[in-house]
Design a protein around this ligand. Structure first.
Ligand SMILES: CC(C)(COP(=O)(O)OP(=O)(O)OC[C@H]1O[C@@H](n2cnc3c(N)ncnc32)[C@H](O)[C@@H]1OP(=O)(O)O)[C@@H](O)C(=O)NCCC(=O)NCCS
Length: 160
């Protein structure tokens, strides 16, 4: 499958919202927050501190996106905020390609480490395995952070 990674454009917004609404892992609150981050990256990445990339296939179908940005008050730490791949395109390397492109952009912008936070709940098992496969190391597991029985797990990758 051809995977093209490019900057996210305003015209992508409906397809992106469709992915968010059809990703069972995301709650309604998470979709709202993700939309704010995405709008910030579309309006003014420099000012908002949010950047987004899109993935599309050879037919121009929007297959996924990633949003990331520098962590305020740090020298070179960056956060990966949101990453999602349209369900029918999962498991074909789109997520890995988005992550790799974001990491390259982070390094070009002077970043040296990337952080990803996710839930410890069973429904995120596949997501957490995906991070480990992509060379992220689990560095922290905060018990009951999101809710009783719902830990926050933090992953880090040293980029350069
Ligand atoms: C997590 C997520 C972004 C991963 O995206 P993806 O495109 O499915 O990821 P990849 O295809 O790169 O990798 C997933 C699996 O497919 C396998 N894979 C990679 N390239 C492949 C290919 N060309 N053909 C077949 N399988 C492939 C990988 O080995 C990996 O398997 P593993 O985890 O058992 O090692 C996606 O599953 C998703 O959107 N999940 C829901 C939302 C979410 O949890 N987002 C993260 C929190 S913000």
């Amino acid at each position: 499958m051809v995977i093209k990674i490019r900057k996210l454009k305003k015209e992508d917004k409906p397809a992106l919202m469709d992915i968010l609404h059809n990703t069972p892992e995301f709650t309604a609150d998470e979709v709202t927050i993700a939309e704010e981050v995405i709008d910030g990256s579309l309006d003014n990445p420099g000012k908002s501190g949010y950047f987004s990339l899109a993935a599309e296939n050879d037919e121009g179908v929007f297959t996924g996106f990633i949003s990331y940005g520098p962590v305020p008050m740090t020298q070179y730490a960056w956060d990966i905020y949101w990453l999602a791949v349209r369900r029918e395109f999962q498991g074909h390397g789109v997520g890995a390609a988005l992550l790799k492109a974001a990491e390259e952009n982070i390094v070009q912008a002077g970043g040296r480490m990337a952080f990803i936070e996710t839930s410890g709940k069973a429904q995120y098992d596949k997501t957490r395995r995906f991070y480990l496969t992509n060379d992220y190391k689990e560095i922290c597991d905060l018990p009951d952070f999101y809710a009783p029985g719902d830990n926050k797990v933090i992953y880090q990758k040293i980029l350069g």
